[in-house]
Design a protein around this ligand. Structure first.
Ligand SMILES: Nc1ncnc2c1ncn2[C@@H]1O[C@H](COP(=O)(O)OP(=O)(O)OP(=O)(O)O)[C@@H](O)[C@H]1O
Length: 204
């Protein structure tokens, strides 16, 4: 990461389930970086339940549903990513339920760069849309242990989440920067601050 960059630097933040993407995103957000969390966007869009889901299908089409007729978050995330190439287009197709929140986030994006949080980047083929790819990695047992601290996630559910993700090797291969999140939160924050500084230097 050495060449100077003009304009917002578009960064993809990827990594396995429970690797610490949100923790990294939170730390970056604390230092003023705009974080566009595609998973949260996908979740928020259906918060009002069935009515929300109908509206999402009206906007994004049937391909955002799985075989059971439920929201397929990965598919919705793909649609959001597809449209992120052009913010105007994104605003035009996103459902009003999430527009207020998204707009306030984009309004803060006047700074040097924005971050998208994309668990399935390596498999989705969206890597080329970003200027930099950061992957957050942690050993599988640690990820399972951390995921189990979430409400309603038992060991079997944590195993399923971790199994659903593709190869760490693939993510490492496409990444410009790797954060190995195998220590405590203080150690993670030190690594994120180093990354933050490197990104800011690039945008000078
Ligand atoms: N270094 C760390 N030390 C202790 N706990 C951590 C560390 N990193 C992350 N965690 C915790 O582990 C859990 C999973 O981390 P996080 O939610 O950031 O992962 P994620 O990659 O965003 O997960 P998902 O793939 O499900 O979106 C969270 O409760 C988080 O606070």
């Amino acid at each position: 990461m050495t060449e100077a960059h003009r304009g917002p630097l578009r960064i993809a933040l990827t990594g396995g389930a429970g690797s610490g993407k949100s923790a990294v995103a939170r730390r970056l957000a604390e230092s003023g970086i705009t974080v566009i969390d595609t998973d949260t966007l996908a979740r928020e869009v259906v918060e009002p339940g069935e009515a929300g889901l109908e509206a999402v299908v009206a906007v994004f089409g049937e391909q955002v549903l799985n075989q059971q007729g439920r929201l397929d978050r990965a598919a919705l995330r793909d649609r959001i990513l597809d449209s992120e190439q052009d913010r105007g287009q994104l605003e035009a197709i996103l459902h009003p339920l999430i527009m207020d929140r998204l707009k306030s986030r984009l309004a803060q994006a006047e700074g040097p760069y924005a971050v998208a949080e994309i668990p399935l980047l390596a498999e989705s083929g969206h890597g080329g849309q970003f200027d930099r790819i950061i992957t957050v990695e942690a050993p599988r047992p640690l990820r399972i242990q951390r995921l189990m601290t979430r409400d309603g996630v038992d060991e079997a559910a944590a195993e399923r989440l971790v199994a659903a993700q593709a190869s760490e090797t693939e993510r490492r291969a496409i990444a410009d920067w790797v954060i190995d999140n195998d220590g405590d939160l203080d150690q993670l924050h030190l690594q994120v601050d180093k990354l933050d500084q490197a990104l800011r230097n690039e945008c000078r």
